[in-house]
Design a protein around this ligand. Structure first.
Ligand code: UDP
Ligand code: MG
Length: 326
């Protein structure tokens, strides 16, 4: 088997502080892996600029002009981490000159040295290799608590995701080809990749602190991601609501019989408190249910529009005749 061509796919959003530190690390990794005979010399580091407002894109262009291993694409505007990674993976697939991709954040938090083992596992036959965090010591207690809670809640609600695996993973282009047929607009990569199948493996690594700059994932964005993940991958919440609805209806039915019996016995009092309680309770339950159902309807709405999931406005290289987006 000839040596695989690796593309490291790196989403970047307002990362002018950290890119000058991490870009040389990625380049060195590629060169080291090639020197060790694990990957081809033609491997690349692909930066995806996700509509940054700072100097990120000009930095990427500078890297690309300095070393041919660096290439960059730029999204027409900020579309979020998941879409940026997808754009990079599809660029690698459509380039026709890539065998495996590894997606990783650009902030140096994920241990870049785990790539050696990922590539080895690929050479041993795995088509997808998940990077899994072994410890979260460097995360704050709050981040750790919310992040681990995230995986538990996701799994409980039917989104089958690998515990403590984020978006650091190796995917072969064979898998990407099948993955390209998953045309949904609401994308949650870490839940979707396992759906494609193929032999997979895991690599454990330690998560470091961000080398510079600040996290773009505050609690609000994490909650949004969790909600998106659950509603994109599973119908379980709707089923839970149906179940809750049945239980509440049964209880109400018993309550009605009780009320009638009381009335017949003539011991009914002006039941202001109980009426208010029931009205409030039912109102609350119904609003929550409507909200969840609305979320799914909203998803259907976006899916029927089938808008492009990313639009690449600029490239540091010119592989295609026309602009590719999808
Ligand atoms: N990112 C992106 N688009 C966004 C937000 C983030 O491409 O809208 C990138 C960011 O540049 C980084 C990665 O996604 O490479 C992860 O973001 P961050 O490190 O801020 O998240 P955290 O690691 O704190 O969860
Ligand atoms: Mg980070």
């Amino acid at each position: 088997m000839s040596k695989p061509i690796l593309w490291i796919v790196i989403p970047c959003y307002n990362e002018e502080q950290v890119l000058p530190i991490t870009a040389p690390m990625f380049l060195k990794k590629i060169n080291d892996l090639a020197a060790a005979g694990l990957i081809s010399e033609k491997s690349r580091v692909l930066f995806v600029n996700d509509g940054s407002r700072d100097a990120t894109w000009s930095l990427i262009q500078k890297f690309a002009s300095e070393d041919e291993h660096f290439i960059g694409i730029s999204q027409s505007r900020n579309r979020g981490h998941q879409n940026a990674v997808l754009a990079g993976l599809m660029e690698a697939l459509h380039s026709g000159s890539c065998d495996i991709t590894i997606s990783i954040d650009c902030d140096g938090q994920d241990d870049i040295n785990a790539m050696d083992e990922m590539v080895k596992k690929y050479l041993d036959g795995a088509e997808v290799v998940y990077g899994v965090r072994s410890r979260r010591d460097t995360d704050t207690f709050f981040k750790r608590f919310t992040a681990e809670g995230f995986y538990h809640v996701m799994n409980a609600l039917g989104a089958d995701i690998v515990f403590n695996h984020a978006d650091y993973r190796l995917i072969s282009t064979r898998v990407l080809e099948s993955f390209a047929d998953y045309r949904e607009v609401n994308i949650f990569l870490r839940g979707m990749v396992p759906l494609v199948g193929y032999p997979s493996d895991t690599v454990y690594y330690e998560r470091h602190e961000r080398l510079a700059g600040e996290s773009h994932y505050p609690l609000s964005k994490m909650l949004a991601l969790a909600f998106d993940g659950i509603t994109s991958l599973s119908n379980k919440p709707i089923r839970l609501i149906t179940g809750a609805g049945i239980v509440v209806s049964l209880i109400s039915f018993i309550g009605v019989i009780w009320a009638i019996v009381q009335a017949v016995l003539g011991s009914a009092v002006a039941g202001w408190a109980s009426t208010i309680c029931i009205v409030c309770f039912m109102g609350g339950v119904q609003l929550v249910c409507l909200g969840v159902i609305g979320e799914y309807v909203g998803k259907i709405y976006m899916e029927t529009k089938a808008r492009p999931r990313y639009i690449i406005s600029e490239r540091t290289w010119a592989p295609y005749e026309r602009k590719y987006h999808g």
